[in-house]
Write a protein that binds this ligand. Structure first.
Ligand SMILES: Cc1cc2nc3c(=O)[nH]c(=O)nc-3n(C[C@H](O)[C@H](O)[C@H](O)COP(=O)(O)OP(=O)(O)OC[C@H]3O[C@@H](n4cnc5c(N)ncnc54)[C@H](O)[C@@H]3O)c2cc1C
Length: 356
C-alpha cells in the first residue's frame, strides 16, 4: 500500500514511523525546510504527559487516551534511534498559601473526575523536600501518580530518524486533500490512502464561517509561549505545576541543565515573539516555587499555536481513501499514540497496530 501523509508534526511523524514499521510505502509532505525545520506545534510543546492534570479542561475520553498513550510511548520511545528522554515519575501540583481556595477547588475537580489510582495524593512538605529539594515557597503539594514527561524535540527527531524509509518531501505545502490525492499548487500525487494531519493547515482556504460545526476543517490556533532557561545545578526531576488564580505555570526538566517554563494560553493566532506580560508573569511564578532559578539564563523563547476545534476535543474523520485527524489542542503529545492507533484501526479495518 502507498500512503500519503500531509503534515510532519506530532501526528504525521508518528504515523510515518508506525506505518513504515509495518512495511508500508509512505510519503510525507510538509512546508518546513527540513526534518528539523520549525513550524509544528510539536516542537514547542513542553512534552508533559499528564492525563489527570488535563482533566481540568478535558473530558474522560482524553484522559483514557492519555493513560493508554503513556503505555504506548513506553514501547515506542525505547525503540527510537538516538537519545530520547521519557520518564514516568509522576507530576506535582503546588500552591502558595494565599491561593489555597482556588487550588483546593482544582484538586477537588481532578479528584472527582479521576479514577481511584489516578487521584491527586496530598503530599506533606517534608516528602516534597525529599522529592524536589530545590522547591521552596509553596505551602501545599499534591502528587499525580503515573504521569510522565518526554522531550518533544528529541521525540520529533527520533520519530523522523526511525522512519527514514519513508519519502520525506520538505518545502511542499499541500493545498488540496481528497480521497487518495494530495496536491500542491503545481503537482498532484496519488495514493491508496491519505492522512490529513496538517493541524491549522487543514482550515478551508477561503475561511468560510463554519460557526460551531464540529469538523477537522473548523480549526483555530491557541497561542502558547514558552521559555527555556539554562540553570546548571538546579535540581528538578519531574513536571511541576503551580496553581494560581490567574495563570497556570509549569516547570519541566530537560537534558543539558535546561528547564522549560510554560505556558501561556491565549485565544489569538498571533505568532509574534513572547510578550512582556507573559515573560513577567510566567517567570515570576516559576521563580516563586524554584528560587534557585534566579541566576538561570533565558536561552530561548518560542511562540506557537495549538490546533483546537470548537469543543477543544480531538477528532478523527474517516472516509474511503482519506483520514483527517485534528484538534489535539494542548495535549497532542499526551494522546497522539492512542489517537493514531484508533485512526489506523478505522482506516484499515484491522486491529490495533500497536499492541499494549
Ligand atoms: C506552548 C505549547 C506547549 C504545549 N505543551 C504540551 C504538553 O506539555 N503536552 C502535550 O501533550 N501537548 C502540548 N502541546 C500541544 C501539542 O504540541 C499539539 O497538540 C500537537 O503538536 C498537535 O499535533 P499535530 O500533529 O496535530 O500538529 P502540529 O504538531 O502543529 O503539526 C502540524 C504539521 O502540519 C504542517 N502543515 C501545516 N500546513 C501544511 C500544509 N498546507 N501542507 C503540509 N503540511 C502542513 C506543519 O508544518 C506541521 O509540521 C503544547 C503546544 C504548545 C504550543
Amino acid at each position: 500500500m502507498h500512503i500519503g501523509i500531509a503534515g510532519a508534526g506530532v501526528l504525521g511523524r508518528l504515523l510515518a514511523y508506525l506505518l513504515t514499521q509495518q512495511g508500508q510505502q509512505v510519503s510525507v509532505f510538509d512546508p518546513a525546510d527540513g526534518p528539523t525545520g520549525r513550524g509544528a506545534a510539536g516542537w514547542t510543546a513542553a512534552g508533559m504527559l499528564t492525563p489527570t492534570a488535563e482533566l481540568e479542561c478535558a473530558d474522560m475520553g482524553v484522559f483514557n487516551q492519555g493513560v493508554r498513550s503513556l503505555d504506548l510511548w513506553s514501547q515506542i520511545i525505547p525503540a527510537l534511534p538516538g537519545q530520547v528522554s521519557f520518564s514516568r515519575e509522576g507530576s506535582l501540583l503546588l500552591a502558595h498559601r494565599h491561593d489555597h481556595g482556588s487550588a483546593q477547588r482544582t484538586v477537588s475537580l481532578l479528584a472527582d473526575k479521576a479514577p481511584h489510582d489516578y487521584k491527586p495524593v496530598s503530599l506533606p512538605l517534608t516528602d516534597l523536600a525529599q522529592l524536589e529539594p530545590d522547591i521552596h515557597g509553596p505551602a501545599m503539594a499534591w502528587m499525580l501518580p503515573h504521569e510522565g514527561l518526554l522531550n518533544s524535540v528529541e521525540t520529533m527527531i527520533g520519530l523522523y530518524e526511525g522512519a527514514t524509509r519513508a519519502q520525506w518531501h520538505w518545502g511542499q505545502r499541500i493545498a488540496r486533500v481528497e480521497p487518495g490525492i494530495l496536491a500542491s499548487d503545481s503537482q498532484v500525487w496519488e495514493f491508496d490512502h491519505v492522512f490529513d494531519v496538517r493541524g491549522l493547515g487543514q482550515r478551508l482556504p477561503d475561511a468560510p464561517d463554519l460557526g460551531n460545526e464540529r469538523s477537522c476543517r473548523n480549526v483555530r490556533g491557541v497561542r502558547g509561549e514558552i521559555f527555556w532557561l539554562h540553570a546548571p545545578g538546579v535540581r528538578l526531576h519531574r513536571p511541576v505545576r503551580l496553581m494560581h488564580p490567574r495563570h497556570r505555570v509549569y516547570v519541566v526538566p530537560r537534558r543539558g541543565d535546561i528547564i522549560v517554563v510554560g505556558a501561556s494560553e491565549i485565544e489569538s493566532e498571533d505568532r509574534s515573539p513572547v510578550s512582556l506580560r507573559s515573560t513577567v508573569e510566567l517567570l515570576a511564578a516559576a521563580h516563586s516555587m524554584l528560587p534557585a532559578l534566579s541566576e538561570a539564563r533565558v536561552v530561548h523563547t518560542e511562540t506557537n499555536l495549538r490546533p483546537a476545534l470548537v469543543d477543544n476535543l480531538p477528532r478523527i474523520e474517516q472516509e474511503a481513501g482519506l483520514t483527517r485527524i485534528n484538534g489535539l489542542f494542548r495535549h497532542g503529545w499526551l494522546i497522539a499514540p492512542a489517537v493514531v492507533d484508533e485512526a489506523l484501526a478505522q482506516a484499515f479495518n484491522n486491529g490495533p497496530l500497536i499492541r499494549s
